[in-house]
Every structure is written in C-alpha cells, then in structure tokens.
Design a protein around this ligand. Structure first.
Ligand SMILES: Cc1cc2nc3c(=O)[nH]c(=O)nc-3n(C[C@H](O)[C@H](O)[C@H](O)COP(=O)(O)OP(=O)(O)OC[C@H]3O[C@@H](n4cnc5c(N)ncnc54)[C@H](O)[C@@H]3O)c2cc1C
Ligand code: SF4
Ligand code: SF4
Ligand code: SF4
Length: 403
C-alpha cells in the first residue's frame, strides 16, 4: 500500500516541529521526540492505519497561502500594560496577559507556553484561571512541546479557546479549524517570529546554573527591556545574566542554530491565520523605553473587538505597519553556514564541551565583519558615555528603518 502519512515523499518544505500531526492522528500512531540536532520531529509507529490525516494538515505538503489579512481590517498599535506588575513580569509590553485576562472573564480557556521544571523544557498548558496566567509569562526561546494540551483542545473544538504560538503552528491550527467551521470559537494569536534554536543549546546553557530550578524568569527586565536577561532561582540563590555577551542569547540571535525550517520561513510572513499578532516594538521609536513596549497587529474584526475591550488597561498609540515591521523578522530570510551549523550542533551534543568553551570557539569562527559587530554590541556600552551610545544606537536603527 502506498504510504499516506507524513513520511511519504513529495514534501515541499521542511518539518517545523509544530507537532500538529501528533495531535490530529486518530490512533496515536505518531510520537514526537527530539532528533539529534535538538528539534522536535515526529516518528510514525506501527499503529498507523494510513488514513492520511496527518499528511493532509502538514504544511510540508502544501504551498503556503500568502494572502494577507484584509488591509482594511489591519490596525497597528504600540501598547503597554498599565498594570506595573504585569508589565514587569512580561517580556515585552505585557499585552498578552491583559488579553488573556479579558478572555478568561469571557469564558475562554487559554493554551499557552509555560516551563516544565522536571524536564527543563517549554511546554503547552491549558489555563482557566487569571491567577495562573503568571505561569506562561515570558518568552521561552525554544520549541514548545504541545503534547496532551493541544490534543485536548482539538478534541473539544466547540469550546471557546485562545491559543498563542509560533506562526507555523497557528497556520495549521487555523486551516484545521476553518475546515471544521470551528474558527469562530477560537482566538488565534501569534508573534513576530525570529525562529526557534536547538533545545540542545538551552540544555547546555542551563547546566552552567544547575539542573533543578525553582523558577526561571525568561527574558526578564532586571536591567531593563532592552538589556534583557534570564534569571535562574534555586532555593535562596538567584542568578541574573544580561543578554550582552550571554552565550544563549548570542548564539540564538546569530541564527546558525535555528531549526532548518526557520531559514526562509514563509509562515511568519503570513497574517491570514490569526486575529492578533504581537511582538516587541523594537527600533528607533522606543529606544529610550526601559519598561517594555509591545507591537500589536489586529488583523480581524475579532482582534479589533478584543482591543476595544482592553484598551482602558493599556497605554497605546496608533502606528503604521511599516513602523512595526522595520525591525522585525518579517519577509526577511536568514542564511546559515552549513559547516558552522553542523560543527556547533555536534559540539552541543558532546558532554566534553561546556557552553563557555563552545561560545568562545564560536566567536573565533565568526567572519571578521561579524566579529566586529558582536564586539561592538557586547562592549560599546561599557566603554563610551551613555548619551553617545544611545546616539549611535538610534542612528543604527534609523538607518535600518530607512532601508
Ligand atoms: C520563539 C520566539 C521567538 C520570538 N521572536 C520574536 C521576534 O523576532 N520579534 C518580536 O518582536 N517578538 C518575538 N517573540 C515574541 C516576544 O518575545 C513576546 O513573547 C511577545 O512580544 C509577547 O510579549 P508580552 O509581553 O505580551 O508576553 P509575555 O506575557 O511575556 O508572554 C509570553 C507569551 O509567549 C508565549 N510563549 C512563550 N514561549 C513560547 C514558545 N516557545 N512558543 C510559543 N509561545 C510561547 C507564552 O504562552 C506567553 O503567552 C518571540 C517569541 C518566541 C517564544
Ligand atoms: S511540520 Fe508539523 S505536522 Fe508536519 S511532520 Fe512536522 S511536526 Fe508533523
Ligand atoms: S496516516 Fe493516519 S493513522 Fe497514520 S500516522 Fe497519519 S494520522 Fe495517524
Ligand atoms: S521561523 Fe517559521 S518555522 Fe521557525 S518557528 Fe517561527 S514560524 Fe515556525
């Protein structure tokens, strides 16, 4: 019999690790596990009855529909939560907590990403209470295991639910719900997506701080929004590491260790799958803000209605689409050097190297221009007056935005 599952040939793009195939398989024939590079990939077991459902929804087999949302529907805002506690604990302007709070009051359940402290991985959880929202605050820069939580949501598509996730996952969920005429019950939210780095990077990095944590504050604002950090807490010990010259952030943002599907990804360029897109409002406009500002794109009437209900809880300003996307991974392609990528993915798997050794070797392998850029990024601030630093940064951002 011809293979009709996600292992059949004819793929037109790479597996994003979205894990939707696992959730949609009616007989539990798909297990998701980390491949040797540290990305979630599906394995089909012998329970498969060749029904073809997984292949039907997997975008490896479909050209992406680039149709954007209706331009007349699109509204763009910068926004930050008025509630200081919410703002402080959120990675950007805290708008997601404000949105989810409102939706919980309206009877929605929330599917969001928290952290599993037993396994040290990011994971999807279903939340029904405003008091639990703190569990999903903070950007975990890695693929999130969707497992039971997504399965649960898909098995009750007649219940109101709001989901936050990467554009690739939201794209598939939206197609699935549209086909079942169940989209109305859902609020779908994604973010401007830089991509997901190998989980092996995270695992190697946290070993520097221990293996069991009571809490981790992801991209926290101890030193401000622009100078974000990770804070690791175990017992009465707390360590905060600034992003500047931090191994995890530097290796992630240098783009060599992302999932292969993230290079040239088209899902993050599409806005048709969601009601709201959020992100950090990077760039010139809020360079002086240290509390955090969110970018919000409202792409449907449902998105606009939600904004109308929460706007009293936000400081906001109407902005243009171009102001938001100028500093975003939107319609931008990343490239990677295959040799470098393979070399460091391999080192991350080897116990003999710790993260400091890997990072130090990595910096030496950078091409000259990148070395200068990284040195400037990591050191400029330490050696020149703050005003001069801000002047250079603003000029850099302005230049980027004009391009
Ligand atoms: C992998 C990744 C890449 C990103 N890339 C960009 C980017 O290039 N540009 C940009 O402007 N913003 C990016 N963001 C979004 C940004 O970091 C903030 O999450 C977003 O602005 C929301 O901010 P907040 O203050 O409202 O949210 P917070 O209250 O801090 O909450 C973060 C939200 O993100 C969800 N979340 C956390 N980790 C994950 C994950 N691994 N997968 C799916 N959902 C998750 C949580 O459920 C939570 O709702 C990225 C986020 C992630 C997770
Ligand atoms: S892209 Fe998603 S649905 Fe397709 S095989 Fe990979 S994990 Fe499964
Ligand atoms: S073809 Fe059907 S049974 Fe087989 S793995 Fe896919 S969804 Fe499951
Ligand atoms: S860059 Fe694209 S493929 Fe990668 S996680 Fe984001 S949306 Fe998915």
């Amino acid at each position: 019999m011809q293979c009709n599952n996600i292992n059949s040939t004819g793929e037109i793009s790479k597996c994003t690790g979205c894990q939707f195939c696992e959730a949609v398989c009616p007989v539990g024939a798909i297990n998701i596990s980390l491949d040797k590079e540290g990305f979630y990939k599906p394995i089909v077991n012998d329970k498969c009855v060749n029904c073809g459902l997984c292949k039907k929804y997997c975008f490896k087999y479909h050209a992406v529909d680039f149709s954007q949302c209706d331009d007349n529907q699109l509204l763009c805002y910068s926004a930050k939560a008025k509630n200081k506690m919410v703002l402080e604990k959120s990675s950007s302007g805290g708008v997601l907590t404000v949105i989810f709070k409102q939706l919980i009051y309206e009877g929605y359940k929330i599917l969001g990403v928290g952290y599993d402290y037993e396994q040290n991985i990011s994971k999807y959880y279903i939340l029904n209470s405003v008091d639990d929202l703190y569990q999903i605050q903070g950007s975990k820069y890695m693929q999130a295991k969707s497992g039971e939580a997504l399965l649960n949501v898909l098995s009750s598509i007649n219940e109101k639910c709001a989901i936050i996730g990467t554009p690739c996952l939201m794209y598939t969920i939206s197609n699935y719900l549209n086909e079942r005429c169940a989209r109305e019950k859902f609020v779908l939210i994604d973010f401007f997506c830089h991509g997901t780095p190998t989980i092996n990077l995270w695992k190697k990095y946290i070993r520097k701080y221990g293996d069991k944590f009571d809490s981790i504050f992801f991209r926290d604002k101890t030193y401000g929004w622009h100078e974000y950090s990770n804070t690791f807490v175990s017992g009465n010990k707390s360590i905060t590491n600034k992003a500047t010259d931090d191994e995890f952030f530097s290796l992630f943002f240098d783009d060599q260790l992302l999932n292969e599907s993230c290079y040239g990804c088209k899902y993050r360029d599409s806005l048709s799958q969601i009601d709201i897109r959020v992100g950090d409002f990077w760039g010139n406009k809020y360079d002086h803000d240290s509390e955090g500002v969110s970018a919000m794109l409202l792409t449907t009437q449902k998105g606009r209605d939600i904004f109308d209900k929460i706007k009293e809880q936000l400081y906001f300003e109407k902005v243009t689409f171009n102001e938001i996307v100028a500093s975003q991974a939107y319609k931008k392609e990343y490239r990677f050097n295959k040799e470098i990528r393979n070399k460091y993915l391999k080192m991350l798997r080897q116990d003999s190297y710790d993260i400091a050794q890997i990072y130090s070797k990595y910096k030496k392998d950078l091409p000259f221009t990148k070395k200068v850029k990284m040195f400037a990024k990591n050191n400029l601030k330490r050696y020149i007056p703050k005003n001069l630093y801000m002047f250079i940064r603003r000029a850099y951002h302005r230049n980027n935005e004009e391009r």
